[in-house]
Design a protein around this ligand. Sequence first.
Ligand SMILES: *Cc1c(COP(=O)(O)O)cnc(C)c1O
Ligand SMILES: [Zn+2]
Length: 408
Amino acid sequence: MPHVNGLRCKECGTDYPIEPLYVCDFCFGPLEVTYDYDAVSRSISRASIERGPATLWRYADLLPAGASNAVDIGAGLTPLLKADNLGEVLGLDNLWIKNDTANPTHSFKDRVVSVAATKTLEFGFDTLACPSTGNLAGATAAHGRKAKLNTMVFVPHDLESAKINMAAIFGSVILVRGNYDDVNRLCSELADERRWAFVNVNMRPYYSEGSKSLGFELAEQLGWRAPRHIVVPVASGSLLTKVWKGLREFTDLDLIDDSPTSMHVAQAEGCSPVARAVQEGDSHPRPVVPNTVAKSLAIGSPADGYYSAKIATESGGRGCIVPEEDVAAGIRLLAETEGIFAETAGGVVISALKQLAESGAISRDEETVALITGSGLKTMDAVADSIRVTTIDADVRSFDEMMLGAVA
Ligand SMILES: *Cc1c(COP(=O)(O)O)cnc(C)c1O
Ligand SMILES: [Zn+2]
């Protein structure tokens, strides 16, 4: 972490040293990593990044942990795909899909955990832990193994079984009777009592910086420029704020030109506090009790809800509330047009994108990136209704009969 200055309160600006701290003693505001940007600008260039590893660690100059001892199982540098088929359906000529299902544990959470786990080793903790809505559990458990740390992940008891199993193959999973907000509260209490690294609690300032890499990659993969629109699935709001921060940093370091990007919030109706706040011009999202098929986005009291609503509003982004029945429709539309199988959060993003295209908020020629942050294999139940398969005998007659039946 060559260029890190320290931590700073986002509210009152009080400075803190680089420690496992996350809230301001004076105003309870969240703490954020600050950098020595003069030093960064002397060592970073498009060429230095392009020479770097094919993971998020190519952006180490703007991350808060050292690349030399990185806990690296290959997170980041996922494909950015031109989505012409989907674009044709939606009336968008310049549409891209950022496919973060291609990460090692099949969600963008590998990005944040790779950074948090590296910082955990630097601080000398022996246990890596988290409260999770699902994807974070698998990412934390996997990176914990690679780092030879104990792992302890806490999830709501009614989580999809694929997400539970994905984490359990690597480490200890604890099912908590309650929703994510209950799990999070429990972990905040445990974090005060134990010397454990909770990636998204006491390690949150470092963890969240990992999401900047998604913004850096978009810009690099587009040929060093920022897109006009980004559609972001929102749970705690951290991803949206950090993709934005990443683009600001690249702009300020002259790695890309200064051009406007609107950040759109995508949430499912059953948990849409941030999208609603943006729609109603209300900067403080009102907490809700989540009841949605998009479990990875089911945070009723989003820690970065205020900041994400503010960025969306100030950047000209919209708040998109996707009806619950449109979540599976969005998954299917992406699968049928682009050959990508997204989880429910991706269904939310694609249906939000459709709303934005139909309402004219995104116009035909404007460059747009939709963030697909997790794999559909983890949320099979959501599309079970629409899956059709046929069984035949191993002879041609049986096959011909089936074909006739399909035509009839
Ligand atoms: C966690 C998660 C998000 C949103 O993350 P936040 O940073 O908490 O807003 C989006 N998509 C998927 C698949 C996730 O697991
Ligand atoms: Zn403060």
